[in-house]
Design a protein. Structure first.
Length: 216
């Protein structure tokens, strides 16, 4: 049966987080299609992955027999994350926008799984694996909006997940999530509600479509 790698990175729990809520809708629809399947779940806010260290980095470019004890331990932790990615039939990532970019915990995960000659390079080991990113944000950074040039989430993740890891990438973008909480954005609440509803519909639909695609 299919394996889903599900990664959350929002600092907010449960329904307080748009990225978690929408990703959860995707996961539930996925599990309805794969009741006997496997979900590998990592909550990077609750259990942060250490940022890449010199030992973890350098070990990736040295033969195992040459590793120091520190390199061996650090690299073993990287390999676990890499193997989770390689084992996955699909990847689901919650990536809220914080200060125009992704959470540092998600960046740490990426730094650990990117390994030239294995997950990156001419033949990335997870090449072609479908990946869905729930890229929530408090405002709107869509083309044509005043802050279009401040969008560093989708652009960055396209370069890393698709351009480097070779994943088959898709996005779900719930936006204007601060509208219900910020009086200055009150007139945008209807747009927020429409975006939220569309995101939940997309999550369920994409999960079912992906399940059917993998079963074919």
């Amino acid at each position: 049966m299919a394996t889903l790698l599900h990664i959350d990175s929002s600092v907010f729990p449960g329904e307080a987080s748009s990225s978690r809520s929408v990703a959860d809708a995707f996961r539930k629809a996925w599990q309805e299609q794969h009741p006997q399947g496997t979900v590998i779940y990592r909550d990077l806010a609750a259990s942060p992955i250490p940022h890449i260290t010199a030992d973890a980095w350098s070990a990736g470019y040295a033969a195992p027999c040459e590793h120091t004890p520190e390199q061996s331990a650090a690299f073993a932790a990287r390999v676990q994350l890499i193997e989770e990615l390689e084992q996955a039939d699909a990847v689901l990532i919650g990536a809220p926008m914080y200060n125009y970019s992704i959470p540092s915990t998600l960046k740490a995960w990426l730094d650990n799984v990117l390994l030239l000659g294995r997950t990156a390079g001419q033949t990335p080991s997870a090449h072609g694996t479908p990946a869905v990113v729930v890229a929530s944000r408090g405002g709107s950074y869509a083309p044509g909006t005043p802050r279009e040039g401040f969008e560093f989430v989708q652009n960055y993740l396209e370069a890393v997940l698709q351009g480097t890891l070779g994943l088959d990438l898709d996005f779900i973008v719930p936006e204007l999530t601060m509208a219900p909480r910020n009086p200055a954005m009150s007139e945008l609440v209807p747009l927020y509600e429409a975006s939220r509803e569309r995101a939940f519909q997309d999550a369920s639909a994409k999960a079912r479509q992906l399940a059917e695609r993998l079963a074919a």
